[in-house]
Design a protein around this ligand. Sequence first.
Ligand SMILES: Cc1cc2nc3c(=O)[nH]c(=O)nc-3n(C[C@H](O)[C@H](O)[C@H](O)COP(=O)(O)OP(=O)(O)OC[C@H]3O[C@@H](n4cnc5c(N)ncnc54)[C@H](O)[C@@H]3O)c2cc1C
Length: 490
Amino acid sequence: MNGTQTGGRRHRVVIVGSGFGGLFAAKALRRAPVDVTIVARTTHHLFQPLLYQVATGILSPGEVAPATREILRRQRNVEVLLGEVTDIDLERRTITANAPLTTFTTEYDSLIVAAGAAQSYFGHDEFAEHAPGMKSIDDALELRGRIFGAFELAELETDPAAVERWMTFVVVGAGPTGVEMAGQIAELAHRTLPGEFRRIDPRKARIVLLDAADSVLGTFGEQLSAKALRQLRRLGVEVSLGTTVVGVDDAGIDLVDGNGQRSRIGCMTKIWAAGVSGSPLGARLAAAAGTETDRAGRVKVEPDCTLPGYPEVFVVGDLMALDRLPGVAQVAIQGGQHAARQIIRQVRGEPARQPFRYRDKGSMATISRFSAVATIGRLRLSGFTGWLLWLAVHLLYLVGFKNRVTAVLHWFVSFIGRGRSERTVTLQQVLARVALQQVTGAADRLVPGAGGTPSAPADTAPVAPPHQRPDAAVPGPEAARRGAPESTTG
Ligand SMILES: Cc1cc2nc3c(=O)[nH]c(=O)nc-3n(C[C@H](O)[C@H](O)[C@H](O)COP(=O)(O)OP(=O)(O)OC[C@H]3O[C@@H](n4cnc5c(N)ncnc54)[C@H](O)[C@@H]3O)c2cc1C
């Protein structure tokens, strides 16, 4: 095809999603003789691994979520469109997307679907209302509001039992996200907030981390897992393993332990860091292609990351099921770059497709300031050395010089000092989700689909991981992320 098609126009590549997979695919097409359209439902590229720092007041949203069009402003062959893709017509080669107040359809010659994953409650979506997950800037800001708000409301309470409920924080899921979140709430309670309140002592906050599995950071191996557990306990985090969540409401969480013993923790703040399932778009795509998704809702692809029967459609990142690769940033980055390379080969007239070869660059998770665990090949790092590596890798992968500089300043404030520069919360941030649900729900009742957020078809409901008990929600490992060793963002 040599870069042009009949009609003299250039090869059109449409990319769905501006996360790691979508952004790195677009960048890899920088010098290719193609026209690229990114369609994403947010205007930013989100660096999800640092969301927990937005939730705990260390970083601002802008530092982890720069505008996609700003990142790509110098890349003349890319346009960025805001829209939630609701339909992919594989025969006509078009995608249709909803944006506020409009719907548009775009044609493609090659399509890269990098729509990522959503939070999974393992069939118990009703938990979401009281135990928000952490997948988006909205989630992180809502959690920030809930965490700092809990201390404020504890200060106002006179009933000791109610104070205790406000000052108890339960994090469900002891994978990297849960460990990082629990560690940061502990640092808030023990380093940042003491001295600021007059009626409560923030150091008395109870932080509980629980998981159905029998270890924290299980994929890091026994040695690092044990170190992480010790470090968490030193920080004052109560770790409860082999524990299954069976109920969540506004004032607490109901649990069953390994012996079938039921218990309840009274707590106002619950954070869900336990599971992910592929974006609903994946199930729609698989159904249209007559192919399958795996149990986590990810699309099963050919070895070259294409949709079976549709060599012009690539699925990459968290939405891709291939060789049991984990849902981590490096899989998405390398998958996006691989898809771009295959498209370049095609427009150059080199038709033979290459299989995707993933290079595992290692895994890491922070526990607290100056303490992290990391694996790179056979190397195992922990403590301060692990943390230095974490710092270097995250600086390298944060997008934009400006963001790196301000992130370093904020880390300096929080890790060397005790402060948190990004503590601003508004009631609207906490209530906006409920309000939005009501507004979009009302709009949907008047005009189906008008709410802009298409509800997932029945067959796209999150699928529980194999170890789920049929009668209970299992706060199991962060399903896809822990399906195989987690890679770092580096
Ligand atoms: C809290 C958290 C912490 C993490 N920590 C780490 C870590 O330390 N190390 C690591 O390697 N990985 C980590 N991960 C995983 C990593 O972030 C993901 O694997 C990675 O982001 C996947 O990239 P992706 O491009 O497939 O999807 P995403 O980055 O999720 O991007 C999906 C994109 O698709 C868009 N989109 C979705 N549906 C539609 C639609 N219908 N229409 C249009 N656009 C759509 C979204 O808006 C987004 O732009 C973490 C994830 C989370 C949530």
